[in-house]
Design a protein around this ligand. Structure first.
Ligand code: PMP
Length: 381
């Protein structure tokens, strides 16, 4: 099996698995209870918080553990809608994950503005600056760091600095950065969000960095009253271990990019007419979002799966929806183009031979689909 859908989720790193098992076996006590075994869990949880916060150059008091990025994103919007001016608008990039765009519409119904999508998959910070200059100032600007679909990296540092200059809070969905890109400067953002399963940690755990975001869940005083519910200490410990193993370790970004770039060059020769979204934009080194010249993506995915390669039709969240992916909508792709989208996403340990295997599998799948379509056109005549 060769798994190329790491933007959807990553396998649990061995060190994270070990931490999860150990913590579940030995440190299962409720961190809020008044005896010593709980104090030990509480202290260890605080150490994890401090270590992660220090890597992000932020104050540990600003980091609350959540079930992941969906919850963290939602809590930013719910907090601002409850505590901000009731007539202010918010400004979003057109490429946001549904946990941002749908949360924005839910909490700020009728008060959401969007930046324009550029054909290369980015937003233009000139347009952001013009919006801020024109006023009135929005309650929040939200621009993701990197697209889970195309891997295109937005000019989020520039956006964060512009927002600072205008005194506007800036929310950055940074879910896809850890384990792939440098994280320095995320402290420029008012809010940033994390999901551990995107970098070798367990599912259902992540965190929000930022001040004042209120809990979506009432009825618990955990996380200083900002997030109710007994903390999932084993998952936190495991996420922290994944953070140490996969995020804090040095990465050869140019070597990893070369593997993906060679794959794309060879695919373009092998299957003429392929279009790669954001090919010339700054992109995560692990991601290729391709519009295939023929055959629907589910046909490709099925063939590749049988050959032992898992790829995606787009983001995992959009593959079950008929409305199309956020990027397809933002770039105004036609329905047939959207139905031919395939996303490849590798991770740190993918080798040259795995990439070559994937390319060969595409060649086989192509041949097989062509043969089948020939067969079906003969029958339909
Ligand atoms: N934002 C982005 C950019 C994502 O890729 C994802 C996961 N697909 C999320 C938010 C939501 O993460 P989770 O499902 O772990 O809450």
């Amino acid at each position: 099996m060769s798994y190329f859908d790491n933007n959807a989720t990553t396998p649990l790193h061995p060190s994270a698995r070990e931490a999860l098992l150990n913590a579940s076996t030995e440190n299962w006590a409720n961190p809020s209870s008044p005896y010593r075994i709980s104090a030990k869990v509480r202290a260890s949880m605080q150490k994890c918080r401090e270590s992660i916060a220090s890597g992000l150059q932020t104050d540990p008091d600003q980091l609350i553990f959540t079930s992941g990025s969906t919850e963290a994103n939602n809590s930013v919007f719910s907090h601002l809608s409850q505590n901000g001016d009731k007539s202010s608008r918010i400004l979003l990039s057109p490429f946001e994950h549904p946990s941002v765009s749908e949360a924005a519409h839910y909490w700020f119904s009728g008060r959401v503005d969007f930046l324009n999508a550029q054909p290369d998959g980015t937003i233009n910070t000139g347009e952001l600056e013009a919006y801020l200059n024109k006023g009135p100032l929005p309650l929040l600007v939200s621009i993701m760091a990197a697209s889970n679909e195309s891997g295109v990296i937005q000019p989020w540092r520039e956006a964060a600095r512009l927002c600072q200059k205008f005194g506007v809070p800036y929310h950055c969905d940074s879910t896809q950065l850890p384990g792939k890109e440098r994280l320095d400067d995320l402290s420029l953002c008012t809010y940033s969000v994390y999901s551990a399963h995107k970098f070798g940690g367990p599912k259902g755990i992540g965190w929000l960095v930022g001040e004042g975001a209120s809990s979506l869940l009432v009825g618990g005083e955990q996380e200083k009253g900002r997030r109710g519910g007994t903390e999932n200490y084993p998952a936190i410990k495991s996420a922290h271990r994944a953070w140490e193993s996969m995020v804090q370790a040095p990465l050869d970004i140019s070597g990893l990019s070369r593997l993906r770039d060679d794959f794309e060059d060879q695919m373009e020769q092998q299957i003429p007419g392929i279009r790669i979204i954001g090919k010339n934009s700054p992109r995560l080194w692990n991601t290729s979002l391709m519009i295939m010249p023929e055959f629907e993506n589910l046909q490709w995915v099925g063939k590749l799966d049988k050959l032992g390669f898992q790829v995606s039709t787009g983001s995992a969240c959009s593959s079950t929806r008929t409305g199309g992916s956020p990027i397809a909508q933002a770039l105004a792709l036609s329905l047939p183009e959207t139905q031919r989208l395939i996303r490849i996403s590798s991770f740190q340990d993918h080798t040259h031979s795995e990439w070559k295997g994937l390319r060969d599998a595409f060649a086989k799948a192509h041949l097989s689909l062509q043969k089948e379509s020939l067969g079906s056109s003969v029958i339909s005549l």
